[in-house]
Design a protein around this ligand. Structure first.
Ligand code: URA
Length: 257
């Protein structure tokens, strides 16, 4: 692939902008400044530098972001900053989108991609992708609340019954809870339905991919092949788990869904 097209495909701007970067001596490969915009490279695996920043060629973008609090999952945020402002400009220029949304005050794992099929796969309720949250609650959680969440509760403001795939009490006011449905304020509404209240919410995993502990709030990482495999493998497990837990998927499809 010629260098201009390569840079363009990686989000470095229009053909003219990429040619200007090359002509300006701002692009290098293997420590060698490249000033010929028609120079050919094997794209797969190529590592190149723009203004001293190193990039690896990626045909498509798959990212994991550790979302901090006070960020909105929107390109046009209303009250806070956008999660997209945490990414380098070339990635946002590639049309990266969040895979589902987290509330502004929710922290933790957010996937982003420019691959529409991937975004659809991990947001579709039919795919039964398990999303795991750690929930701090205002009031002590009792066994009755855990059992109700596992059995399925009807949301207060919607004729929809939803069951947690898993729900484990970690301590008095701390739960690990997973759901497959993606719905506005879902975990907060589930806790409200059992008479409790969410104080803080942190997403720790999606499918089989766990937020790496070394990824700090505000940081992001590329998802490599092994990460994507883990993600997908965990999703198959989630669908089996869903059926084991009394057909919660059918309940999620109840009137109002
Ligand atoms: N459920 C919520 O209530 N909020 C989130 O951000 C995600 C799940």
């Amino acid at each position: 692939m010629d260098l201009t097209r390569l840079l363009q495909s990686q989000g470095f701007g229009s053909r003219a902008e990429c040619r200007a970067l090359i002509a300006g001596g701002r692009v290098s490969v293997d420590g060698r400044r490249c000033v010929d915009w028609d120079e050919q490279f094997e794209a797969a695996g190529l590592v190149f530098c723009v203004d001293g920043v190193s990039w690896r060629y990626h045909k498509a973008v798959y990212l994991a972001l550790h979302k901090p609090g006070c960020y909105e999952c929107s390109h046009r945020p209303q009250y806070h900053r956008s999660v997209y402002s945490l990414l380098p400009v070339p990635l946002t220029r590639r049309g990266v989108e969040a895979v589902g949304r987290l509330d502004q005050d929710t922290t933790g794992l957010l996937l982003l991609s420019d691959d529409g099929a991937f975004v659809h796969r991990y947001t579709s309720p039919r795919k039964l992708v398990e999303k795991v949250y750690e929930v701090r609650t205002r009031y002590a959680v009792d066994e009755g609340q855990v059992q109700a969440l596992l059995a399925g509760v009807t949301l207060r403001d919607e004729a929809l019954t939803v069951a947690a795939v898993r729900c484990q009490r970690l301590d008095d006011r701390h739960l690990r809870l997973s759901v497959t449905l993606g719905r506005y304020h879902l975990v907060k509404r589930l806790l409200a339905a059992v008479g409790n209240r969410v104080e803080s919410l942190h997403r720790v995993a999606i499918g089989g991919f766990v937020l790496p502990p070394e990824l700090r709030a505000g940081d992001w990482m590329w998802l490599e092949a092994a990460d994507l495999e883990r993600l997908a493998a965990g999703c198959l497990a989630a669908s089996a788990g869903g059926l084991r837990h009394g057909g919660h998927a059918a309940m999620e499809g109840a009137p109002g869904s």
